[in-house]
Design a protein around this ligand. Structure first.
Ligand code: PMP
Length: 549
């Protein structure tokens, strides 16, 4: 056993939960075409000039980039009509957020303040840096209460984060309100920086009216963040930038890793800036698509929040069932949107604006799903056979299930291995975490199955689950974690999703209880050596019912 010891604040860290990838969903549901409307990327792709620049500069991949990316900084200074000494660039605006926190706040002494919910990188990087993270709840309509935010600020507070337009709501306060916030903050805490994250500002109908950066009146205590990941269509390249007070920009360059913006990012970023026609086409497509989606969802009875960004936050009509079911029903149709449990908004969904065909496909799918919410809830396709086996521990359910899967030519779902795998991923002591926290952690792990019969493989986040889950230690972790309702529910949902797209044989009662009409239960089958078929002892946790194979 390794003696390597990880510092507690990292051990307890909740990782950033990205949207699901196209490859994951293709694999999980056996789909050839998947539409991704989950990560607020550019619906038109990457600019042709940017792609051409990537090809042109490929021969120079062996070179280091120029230190400090001065050409890029100058081009961005021209774009925003600011002093080039203010402009910094980073490996995505994520890197700039991280560095600002580390430059300004000392572990154990300082704090940052942000809204709740908010873009999760602010609190995550704050915790990684060992500083206190203070959260101010958003209003019920997702509005900003700057008075309440300022009440969290004291002399220990070194950064205040405001996202405008906000993620995930799309809410965009007037720029005068942000300017006033900066002024009041300077009065309360002169050492504190206001970070105004304008990642989505270009999509506002009236960018120059909504953006404090665009106004040119930059408060001394404010930093502005922008990114190439959205309207410039370069999310995969990782390029973001900031406009900072000049003295802070100087420290930024000292602290930044010398080459974090690589040679392609620099050249392709410059080419993207020059492709003004593509940029305008993107802005037009997003503004138009946003209106189409808003009108379409509203017509379906959804509540849609006003958004100045390239995504919409919405809630299903009353009686439409849980948002999670709708999200999964969309997945089965090959459309990925963003569930918001990780933002503590389990009944809300966020959809990124796609191109015209994607928007239409999404609205058609939503119409189908909302027309038959019971189908969305039950997850079940009545034509797919599903066999579940239940019974006391030690009667050989696993062996029987495997053999049955083999002879029926169906996949075998090892539900016990799912518990063990999740227990291993969550780590020792996870059962003591608050349920909400555990629920969020569970969302990072998705399960799928590949193959059939004896050779069925269980995959977790696309990786085969192997013998590492078959140790006694992991068995004990699984037994503990399996008593937590949030974990049971997460795995039940995962089982339901798999049962919905693949005919399978599984152990335990989770699928059986939920599938109702189509499960052919073997619960009372005469295989129980104990002679007492039926309920397992006191628990329906597969690992309790059957000791590790
Ligand atoms: N800020 C906000 C509000 C965001 O939503 C995102 C991306 N999801 C970022 C910053 C990070 O952007 P980048 O890709 O430049 O790191």
């Amino acid at each position: 056993m390794s003696e390597i010891s990880v510092v507690p604040r990292i051990r307890e860290l909740d990782a950033y939960a990205p949207g699901l990838s196209i490859a994951e969903i293709q694999q999980k549901y056996g789909l050839s075409r998947v539409i991704k409307m989950a990560s607020n990327e550019n619906p038109l792709g990457a600019s042709p000039l940017a792609q051409e620049a990537a090809r042109r500069h490929a021969p120079f991949l062996f070179r280091y980039p120029q230190g400090g990316n001065p050409r890029l900084a100058r081009a961005l200074a021209d774009l925003h009509a600011v002093d080039p000494r203010r402009v910094v660039v980073g490996n995505g605006s994520d890197e700039i957020i991280d560095l600002l926190i580390r430059i300004l706040a000392e572990p154990g002494r300082h704090s940052l303040a942000c809204f709740d919910p908010c873009f999760s990188i602010y609190p995550i990087q704050g915790r990684i840096s060992g500083i206190e993270v203070r959260r101010c709840p958003l209003g019920k309509d997702f509005s900003f209460d700057f008075d309440a935010l300022l009440r969290l600020v004291d002399q220990s507070t070194r950064l205040v984060f405001v996202t405008t337009p906000d993620n995930p709501s799309g809410c965009c306060p007037p720029r005068e309100a942000v300017a006033e916030l900066a002024g009041r903050l300077a009065g309360i805490a002169p050492h504190c920086l206001l970070v105004v994250d304008e990642a989505y500002m270009d999509f506002a109908e009236d960018e120059s009216g909504a953006s404090l950066l665009a106004s040119g009146a930059l408060p001394d205590n404010a930093a502005f963040l922008r990114t190439f990941s959205k309207s410039w269509g370069l999310a995969g390249l990782r390029l973001g930038y900031g406009v900072l007070p000049p003295a802070l920009a100087d420290y930024f360059w000292r602290a930044r890793l010398p080459f974090s913006v690589n040679i392609l990012a620099e050249e392709v970023g410059l080419a993207a800036l020059a492709d003004t026609a593509f940029r305008q086409a993107t802005l037009d497509a997003v503004r138009q698509g946003r209106a189409t989606l808003r009108d379409g969802l509203t017509a379906l009875g959804c509540t849609v929040w006003p958004s100045a960004a390239n995504f919409l936050l919405f809630q299903l009509p009353p009686g439409a069932g849980p948002a999670r079911n709708c999200f999964e029903a969309l997945l089965r149709r090959g459309i990925i949107i963003r569930p918001l449990s990780s933002y503590k908004l389990p009944e809300h969904l966020r959809v990124s604006v796609g191109d015209a065909a994607e928007n239409a496909a999404f609205l058609t799918a939503m119409r189908d799903i909302l027309a038959a919410p019971e189908t969305a809830g039950a997850h079940m396709n009545a034509r797919l056979p599903l066999v579940t086996l239940d019974g006391p521990a030690g009667v050989g359910k696993t062996t029987l299930a495997r053999r049955m899967a083999e002879s029926l030519g169906l996949a075998y779902l090892d539900t016990g291995a799912m518990f063990r795998c999740l227990a291993l991923k969550l780590g020792p002591g996870a059962e003591q975490l608050p349920e909400e926290e555990l629920r969020r952690r569970c969302e990072h792990w998705t399960f799928s199955i590949a193959g059939k019969g004896m050779s069925t493989a269980l995959l977790c986040n696309g990786q085969a689950v192997r013998g590492e889950v078959r140790t006694e230690e992991v068995g004990m972790l699984a037994a503990r974690i399996g008593t937590v309702p949030a974990v049971r529910e997460a795995l039940r949902q995962a089982q339901r999703a798999m049962g919905a797209h693949a005919p399978l044989v599984a152990e335990g009662r989770d699928l059986q209880v939920l599938s109702g009409r189509r499960a052919r239960s073997a619960r009372h089958a005469p295989f129980a050596r104990s002679g007492q078929p039926g309920r397992t002892r006191g628990t329906d946790h597969p690992d309790r019912a059957d000791p590790p194979a």
